[in-house]
Ligand binder design. Structure first.
Ligand code: DSN
Length: 425
């Protein structure tokens, strides 16, 4: 038995070994433009692939339901303290397994079943967990959705205000997964205050930009902020919840807001935390606290702007006319190709992106009119504005002739040559 545990993966399970090898090769060879993906450091990988996965540690540092947690407590405490330092937050819970879990837990802490909450429509840039009817959020809570303006594609804060005044929600939620522009969190907070609502932000997409100060910070304004840790923040797949300590609307309760959040995560929604991932989150936060991370996040935005500008030179229509952050939403209606066709043609050429609904899309989620691209992963590889122009040129060539498989193969080879200059792992 002892020998079994000391064998390498290659010798124990060649199928999984080869799959990991193939996937790593794929990541090396493609231009990764899915804006929610990134490439973690070796240090993050090492923390994730560690024996910390063996440990049960239900509870919180120094308040566990299992013994033997003296080292796990060190790691989780470091993750909490670094998260608080990075975002200047009063409270951090680093246990949520995913962004969806973090949102469930935040809702559970703030609301009763069927309470009213306002969020952005999914097809206007919101998120499935922001009240879509097929999701728990749309089933358990009474979601009211705000839209983006039909012409500018920007959040219409006047609409948000009048909807909030009419509906008097318990929570107003900002943030999303396909909104390419700055979100005015101060304005949202003013509206929340006017109607006596909690203000919650899901900053999953922009957390790295916020950490580096290249996107306005929601933390000073929001009661609760959820985020994943694996997008622009460039950490392991997982999430966390930041919050204020005090509950502005419930000072009589024995629990303050920070305690309500912790209680909603465990024992409310989750069991044993993934301590190997929490250790990797701690590493990610340490990396994000370094001055180099600021340069990285600035370059993400510069790259997105360069990519957007060159795509526009090629006649692409961009939702909202451009980008302020890491992502670009392309309206393909003038290119006679659907999002689905574009995604698979680009995929065959080695450019990964995802089909996406655009605001007021006449098509369906399975075959929408847009694609969503972004620059976090290519920026991690070290690519800059010149490479963004090259990528835009490839996208334009592929889309203009999307059935041409020879062209796709040729571009895939050109991409491999470029990627060889920007190695990962
Ligand atoms: N799946 C994530 C994204 O791609 O934006 C959001 O959950």
């Amino acid at each position: 038995m002892k020998d079994f545990f000391n064998k390498n993966l290659e010798d124990v399970d060649s199928a999984i070994f080869n799959t990991i090898k193939n996937e790593t090769e794929r990541q090396k060879n493609v231009i990764e433009l899915i804006p929610s993906e990134n490439i973690v450091s070796k240090a993050v990988l090492q923390a994730m692939g560690s024996p910390l996965t063996n440990k049960y540690s239900e509870g919180y540092p120094n308040k566990r339901y299992y013994g033997g947690n003296e080292f796990i407590d060190v790691s989780e405490t470091l993750a909490i303290e670094r998260a608080k330092q990075l975002f200047n937050a009063e409270h951090a819970n680093v246990q949520p397994h995913s962004g969806a879990s973090a949102n469930i837990e935040a809702f559970f802490a703030l609301m009763q079943l069927k309470d009213k909450i306002m969020g952005m429509r999914l097809d206007h840039g919101g998120h499935l967990t922001h009240g879509h009817p097929v999701n728990f959020s749309g089933t358990f809570y009474n979601f009211i959705h705000y839209s983006v303006d039909k012409d500018t594609h920007l959040i219409d804060y006047d609409e948000v205000r009048s909807l909030a005044q009419k509906e008097r929600p318990k929570v107003i939620l900002a943030g999303g997964s396909a909104y390419p522009r700055i979100i005015d969190f101060k304005k949202f907070k003013e509206i929340a205050d006017e109607v006596g609502a909690y203000f919650m932000v899901d900053m999953a997409h922009i957390a790295g930009l916020v950490a580096a100060g290249v996107h306005p910070d929601p933390v000073p304004f929001a009661d609760v902020v959820t985020t994943t840790t694996h997008k622009t923040l460039r950490g392991p797949r997982g999430a966390m919840i930041l919050s204020k300590t005090e509950d502005r609307f419930d000072r009589e309760n024995k629990k303050n807001l920070a305690q309500k959040i912790d209680f909603a995560v465990f024992p409310g929604m989750q069991g044993g935390p993934l301590e190997h991932v929490i250790a990797a989150k701690a590493v990610c936060f340490l990396e994000a606290l370094q001055p180099e991370f600021k340069n990285y996040a600035q370059q993400i935005v510069k790259n997105a702007k360069a990519l957007a500008a060159r795509l526009q030179d090629h006649g692409f229509k961009l939702i909202s006319g451009g980008t302020d952050n890491h992502l670009i939403l392309i309206d393909l209606q003038n290119k006679n190709i659907t999002g689905k066709e574009a995604e698979s043609a680009l995929d065959r050429a080695g450019i990964c992106c995802n089909k996406n609904m655009i605001p007021y899309d006449p098509k369906t989620p399975f075959n929408p009119s847009g694609i969503r691209i972004g620059t976090p992963a290519v920026t991690t590889r070290g690519m800059k504005e010149d490479e963004m122009k090259q990528i835009a040129d490839w996208i334009a060539r592929i889309i203009a002739d999307f059935k041409n498989e020879n062209l796709q193969k040729q571009v895939a080879e050109e991409i491999k040559a470029l990627n060889a200059k920007f190695p990962i792992y």
